[in-house]
Design a protein around this ligand. Structure first.
Ligand code: DMJ
Length: 585
């Protein structure tokens, strides 16, 4: 992970040396924490297998499990006009949940089951079916699942060397990638949202798609190109991303839906949630994975625009891309990924304050409702559901990695307990239809295994990540950051150089990216005295866990360059102030 090197140095000094001197009870405390983490890890492992075993027993090789009726759904595809009983004879199902579980099995250390699954998929999975699939979903779930699992299968540190694996997952991924390509055959290069795997784009197919549908393909298709040596996949994804980028407004904002034939926006309001979320995520992660400065420049402008036009204290509302005027004041469950992305950027303080608000909502309802109307302080009348989404667990994992603040373990424990209390049934884990009644719905989405369980497991046991450098796709599939995939390795990613350049004191407080977040014009008086600025304006809070007694113990927010204050609960944050990125007070 990007943060690991600086975080490790800091955590080593902080956790190992100073507490041992200051507090003789530390080793007992550490011991207790280690025991608790082990206990929680085992709880999550049980969750994973309860979901996985039930999928295998009642739904495999179909896509997803219906845990209440112990049956299945082929949710990935609409399967043309065919009824399930009329499927072609050679159709054995696309086993979506199995594909999605592959990387989680490796992270849980179950190489035997991983190999078994790889073998089955190698022999049975076919994409030559009359099925209309959603390109974005199929890309992040199936292509991402296959590419990531192929890399894990060929990585000798996973000790899968005994297997008879002969790149079958990569061949499947390549076959799927080829079937994606006709979707990009539009006047704009922006892909259709839907494509038939066997016949390509259907007559009268809709030309409407989402921002994510055009801008969140680059990690999986780029990785496929690097692995196969065929640039066509990366080229298609990049062309689409560049076209999308050219459609930004003068405020560097994007809409939510657009027309792939005309390149015109259909919905001008957007935020950081549904339809757009992974677009922002992929601008930054593509920069990490491929090292292209172009991605960084895009992300930098887009990130500042988000912080300027959508952010209100710890909340994010929607705004019109043309005017920047606020449109919908809503908290959505999908937005909860944002603090995790901010951790990668190095903006931990902002991540922490938003994450806390999401946790308040989680505690209030027991899970996160899909949509909450901030301006009316009430649930959205028709979006009261919680489909076992991973985003809040994901951000909790990232924040714990960055801060090692045990508070995030408490949050993780609370998520695990809620999931077991409200969603566990005999046949797996069921989505919540209505968070006010906790009435369940007959669906266990594949991302519960690909992401929710994975991030919770990694929160309590990150041994899979030690001495490795992975980024996770938006569907939680790990891809290694390899120097030979980098066009140019930015200096800020070389921790030794960076430490050398900045000096140890600063290096231990910042992630590499935080230096780049505020533009140079924001260099100002904030960094006076012996306070150490992490970015042009960033002054860290006095304590790494952001706790405080007085305002003086709070620093300056790295993205807004506003002074933070101490909340009633004793945390530094931008409490209820509107914010403007890197503007001087
Ligand atoms: C996942 O499929 C991915 O995380 C996607 O980017 C949006 N969210 C769902 C799960 O909530």
């Amino acid at each position: 992970m990007l943060l690991r090197n600086s975080a490790w140095t800091w955590m080593f000094l902080f956790l190992v040396i100073s507490p041992a001197i200051l507090n003789p009870c530390t080793s007992q405390v550490d011991h207790r924490w280690a025991a608790r983490k082990r206990q929680m890890r085992e709880k999550v492992r049980k969750m994973f297998y309860h979901a996985y075993d039930n999928y295998l027993a009642h739904a495999f090789p179909h896509d997803e499990l219906k845990p209440l009726t112990k049956s299945f759904t082929d949710s990935l595809s609409e399967l043309g006009n065919l009824k399930l009983e009329h499927l072609p004879q050679d159709y054995k199902g696309s086993a979506l949940t199995l594909v999605e579980s592959l990387s989680s099995l490796v992270i849980l250390g179950n190489n035997t089951e991983f190999e078994r699954a790889v073998l089955w998929l190698s022999e049975n999975l076919t994409f030559n079916v009359d099925a209309r699939i959603n390109l974005f979903e199929c890309n992040i779930r199936v292509l991402g699942g296959l590419v990531s699992a192929h890399i894990l299968a060929t990585d000798s540190t996973n000790r899968l060397v005994n297997s008879s694996y002969r790149n079958e997952l990569l061949f499947l991924a390549e076959d799927l990638g080829k079937r994606f390509l006709p979707a990009f055959n539009t006047p704009t290069g922006l892909p259709y949202a839907w494509i038939n795997l066997k016949y390509g784009v259907m007559v009268n197919e809709t030309t409407e798609t989402s921002t994510s549908g055009c801008g969140s393909l680059i990690l999986e298709m780029g990785a496929l190109s690097r692995l196969t040596g065929d640039p066509i996949y990366e080229y298609a994804a990049l062309r689409s991303l560049r076209k999308l980028w050219s459609m930004r407004s003068s405020l560097n904002l994007f809409g939510t839906t657009l027309d792939v034939a005309t390149g015109e926006w259909l919905e001008h309001s957007s935020g950081i949630g549904a339809g757009v979320d992974s677009f922002y995520e992929y601008l930054f992660k593509a920069h990490i994975l491929f090292g292209k400065e172009e991605f960084w420049r895009m992300f930098h402008s887009a990130y500042l625009a988000v912080q300027k036009y959508f952010r209100h204290g710890p909340w994010y509302h929607e705004a019109d891309m043309r005017t920047g005027k606020a449109t919908y004041w809503q908290l959505t469950s999908l937005q909860a990924f944002w603090p995790g992305l901010q951790v990668l950027v190095g903006d931990i303080a902002a991540a922490n304050s938003s994450h806390r608000e999401f946790f308040h909502v989680w505690e209030r309802f027991g899970v996160l409702p899909e949509r909450y109307l901030l301006d009316h302080q009430m649930l959205h009348p028709t979006e009261k559901y919680y489909p076992l989404r991973p985003e809040f667990a994901e951000s909790t994992f990232y924040l714990y990695q960055a801060t090692k603040d045990s508070w995030y373990l408490d949050v993780g424990e609370s998520i695990v307990n809620s999931l077991n209390l409200h969603t566990k049934v005999e046949g797996g884990y069921a989505s919540v239809r209505d968070v006010t009644t906790m009435q369940l719905e007959d669906h266990q989405h594949s991302f519960f295994l690909a992401e929710t369980c994975k991030y919770l497991y990694l929160l309590f046991d990150d041994s899979f990540l030690v001495n490795r450098n992975f980024i996770f796709t938006t569907e939680g599939h790990p891809l290694p950051v390899l120097s030979d995939w980098h066009e140019r390795l930015p200096e800020t990613y070389i921790p030794t150089n960076w430490t050398f350049a900045q000096g140890e004191k600063k290096a231990r407080r910042a992630s590499a990216m935080s230096l780049q977040v505020c533009p140079a014009r924001a260099l100002n008086t904030w960094g006076q005295g012996d306070q150490q600025a992490e970015s042009a304006c960033h002054i860290p809070d006095a304590r790494i866990d952001h706790r405080c007694l007085t305002d003086e113990e709070c620093g300056v927010d790295s993205t807004t360059c506003r002074r933070r204050s101490c909340s009633m609960a004793g945390y530094c944050g931008l409490w209820f102030t509107s914010s403007h990125p890197c503007e001087r007070k």
